[in-house]
Write a protein of this length. Structure first.
Length: 234
């Protein structure tokens, strides 16, 4: 059975990318270093994440949280809704196709990163003015140590004030409600699970690994369940 903690498929492009726990940790540390050392952010800074379920989205979210940054997540289902209120965002992470879309009002931020979500974490083909390409910026920092300050359970994990302790407890409750057990390998259809609480944090809190499938081709499902050793599907 694979030792990958997160495996990502895109059946529209043929991509398969897998990250072991160690590799995911390296990317998370690199992202945290990019935010703290590269952007000068600190615990309590605010990040807007406008990305679909993807292994790079997992890296962005976990990296921001590792740095103690408060996250606002907005899925495609929320496109066109009123953007965040309150203090301005310090950093945004936006999928390339959302920038300039009439469906989307991308909030401004002091630091702006674009993700093309290319296979293997490659560079974005078209970086808009005012944005930095996330993948190469983070890749250049692989090998950076993780943040030295631990995340406090009482600190805010999201811009609405939900604490890390509360968010973790909710993720654990979601995992329990879905019957996710330690050691499970969970196949997730990204079209049905856009909220990171479900596709990312609930499995990780339960000690499960993730097979994340975008543009899922149902004709390949049985073979994938067997090849990946999947124990449960969401």
């Amino acid at each position: 059975m694979t030792d990958q903690l997160i495996t990502f498929y895109d059946d529209a492009t043929g991509e398969r990318t897998g990250l072991t726990a160690a590799a995911l940790g390296d990317w998370v540390a690199a992202t945290a270093d990019l935010l703290v050392t590269g952007c000068g952010l600190r615990a309590g800074s605010r990040a807007g994440v406008l990305l679909p379920p993807h292994w790079q989205t997992a890296v962005v979210l976990l990296g921001a949280w590792a740095a103690g940054i408060e996250v606002s997540f907005r899925s495609w289902g929320a496109a066109g809704l009123t953007p965040d209120t309150g203090p301005p965002l310090d950093v945004t992470f936006v999928e390339r196709r959302r920038i300039g879309s009439w469906l989307e009002d991308v909030p401004a931020a002091s630091h702006q990163f674009v993700l093309g979500l290319a296979a293997g974490g490659g560079p974005t083909s078209d970086v808009p003015p005012g944005y930095e390409d996330f993948a190469p910026a983070a890749r250049a920092r692989l090998g950076a140590p993780p943040p030295s300050d631990g995340v406090r359970a009482g600190a805010a994990a999201t811009v609405d004030g939900t604490t890390f302790g509360e968010y973790g407890a909710t993720a654990a409750a979601v995992a329990a409600a879905r019957g996710i057990q330690p050691g499970d390998r969970i196949l997730i259809d990204t079209a049905a699970c856009e909220e990171p609480l479900t596709w990312l944090m609930a499995p990780l809190m339960a000690g499960a690994s993730i097979v994340l499938c975008a543009n899922l081709d149902r004709s390949r499902l049985d073979a994938r369940l067997a090849a990946e050793g999947v124990t449960r599907s969401l």
